[in-house]
Design a protein around this ligand. Structure first.
Ligand code: GLN
Length: 543
């Protein structure tokens, strides 16, 4: 097993996850089986209870793990399926150590960060690295370990210490340390500044880890002088100083690292498979797309694109498949509401919605903006505009249909109104009312087709069932299904009990589809998720 440890310095948001995933792509292109572990040094057990405001989207895995969005990058870049243990958090590791202490595993000993927590971290990494991740039973050959946060944070120091020890545990020749840093550009001539990187490497070396490779985020390629200076001050060879400068799209990142000789430094032949050729094709294809397709995203975190990262990626995958340049028009859902006080914002939201080629209402929790989302669903339904509703997006469209087609004016979800006159969407009976962490209906579950033919079934292709990932507490009220279906909104996919609604499709509409699950978590470059592909195809007249 070869390990690549990726740490970061200076500041967050340097694209450490994309760098780490790109290194994984290079190893994979050399024919290695690659897996990954993301370490998040916070005390939460998982990302499930964290706000998208602070932390971006919560990514959901097959096994129901609610994890950091970087695991989504790994799954998409490496085309693997990870499990909850691939995201190691301080919450998880401390729980494990405390459980062992209570069992008496350390009887007689004082339990301490060193060696007990650091040992537990190393055992965890070794164990998880050996779990198959690519759908085969084969143990991976390489594991990318990404350490969240920046070096120097108090929270990450036990992990740095664990990783320092780890090189002796598995052999120095089996570990490559990569440090991601920033090279800012200053002054009128655009001087590349190396001091922040010098400082962060000094700090890392002070903690006992000497990086083998430096990856420097910068606006333009590093000059020869900058590379040499960094090499001299940071104790790496000049060939091992890489730059990740601005590129038109992220598919260029593995290619850019390969062109700078990263494969030689890793000691692998990156041309052992055709994978890099495929990446090149994708990267340049995306650059050449000019004809635009406008998709209106009606959500509540519209100024924080990380909150909908996988949805954006899925739209991108689908847009590439229909040869269009994707433009997402972000619409703050509450601006569409009839009583929104700022008329200018309201008018601009509606004008954007009306100009869009397709409408997407993504998942969400809580009542802010819900009436705006309902209005968007109404607009799309009544104007034959392509619509995809994901999770909450399915629920709001169902509420809208009950109100305006069935005439049940007070229809609502019990999430937003405890006692509506018609409960169109209800709390699922099996969900905990007292514990919020990890208790939703989560992970991959089968959806069985209820009809022989419909658009979304055709898009999914062969098979009696689709396996997609879930994350919700509420569902369409089963008691209303018959009435809803009688008016043309058909629940064409249900769970294995035949009771729970999973997919709807509206008759007499070009593409009005809702899914209770989150198809965005399984979309891959070159293999777009079918509900997204349907939306993009219909939005461009190709369905
Ligand atoms: N809040 C809704 C529920 O819990 C929708 C969840 C979601 O969109 N992920 O069912």
């Amino acid at each position: 097993m070869k390990y690549v440890v990726v740490s970061g310095g200076v500041l967050s948001g340097l694209g450490k996850g994309v760098t780490a995933s790109s290194i994984g792509v290079l190893l994979k292109s050399a024919g290695l089986r690659v897996t990954s572990i993301k370490i998040d040094p916070y005390l939460n057990s998982d990302a499930g209870t964290m706000s998208p405001f602070e932390h971006g989207e919560v990514f959901v895995l097959d096994d129901g793990g609610e994890v950091d969005l970087d695991l989504g990058n790994y799954e998409r870049f490496l085309d693997i399926n990870l499990r909850k243990n691939n995201n190691l958090t301080t919450g998880k590791i401390y729980s494990k150590v405390i459980e062992a202490e209570r069992r008496g595993d350390y009887l007689g000993k004082t339990v301490q960060v060193i060696p007990h927590v650091t040992d537990a971290v190393q055992e965890w990494i070794e164990d998880v690295a050996h779990q198959p991740a690519d759908g085969s039973d084969e143990i991976p050959d390489a594991c990318i370990i990404e350490l969240g946060g920046t070096v120097g944070d108090i929270e990450s120091s036990p992990y740095i210490e664990a990783l320092r020890q780890f090189q002796f545990r598995v052999g120095r020749e089996n570990v490559t340390f990569v440090h991601v840093s920033l090279v800012p550009v200053m002054g009128p001539v655009g001087e590349q500044k190396t001091k922040p990187t010098q400082h962060t490497v000094k700090e890392l070396r002070g903690l006992g880890i000497t990086p083998d490779i430096l990856v420097c985020r910068s606006s333009a390629p590093l000059t020869v002088e900058t590379r040499e200076k960094l090499a001299a001050f940071c104790h790496v060879s000049p060939q091992a100083v890489m730059s990740t400068h601005d590129v038109p799209n992220i598919y260029h990142v593995p290619l850019m690292l390969q062109e700078q000789g990263l494969c030689d430094i890793l000691g692998v032949d990156c041309h052992a498979t055709d994978l890099l050729k495929d990446w090149k094709t994708m990267a340049y294809h995306l650059d050449t797309l000019t004809e635009a397709v406008h998709i209106a995203m009606v959500g509540k975190y519209t100024d924080l694109s990380d909150a909908y990262l996988s949805v954006i990626k899925s739209l991108q995958h689908a847009a590439m498949a229909v040869d269009r340049k994707l433009i997402i028009d972000w619409i703050e859902a509450s601006h569409l509401e009839s009583d929104w006080k700022n008329e200018e914002e309201q008018a601009s939201a509606w004008s954007m919605l009306k100009k869009a080629d397709g409408v997407l209402v993504p998942g969400g929790f809580g009542d802010r903006g819900v009436e705006g989302k309902i209005a968007a669903a109404h607009y799309a339904r009544t104007t034959q505009t392509p619509y995809l509703g994901i999770c909450l997006g399915l629920q709001v469209a169902t509420i809208e249909f009950c109100r305006n087609v069935l005439g049940l004016e007070g229809a609502n979800s019990t999430e937003f109104d405890e006692n509506p006159s018609t409960a169109a969407v209800i709390f699922m009976p099996e969900i905990s009312k007292t514990h919020l962490g990890g208790t939703m209906r989560l992970g991959t579950r089968p959806t069985l087709w209820q009809v022989d033919e419909c658009k979304i079934r055709t898009l999914y292709g062969d098979g009696d069932a689709v396996d997609e990932r879930h994350r919700h507490r509420y569902e369409v009220n089963p008691d209303l299904i018959e009435r809803i279906e009688a008016e043309g909104l058909v629940f064409v996919g249900k769970d294995e009990t035949g009771q729970r609604c999973e997919i709807f499709e509206l008759n007499d509409h070009p593409y009005y589809v809702g899914v209770q699950y989150h198809p965005e978590f399984k979309s891959r470059p070159g293999r777009p998720s079918p509900p997204f592909l349907g939306l993009l195809k219909d939005s461009t007249g190709q369905l």
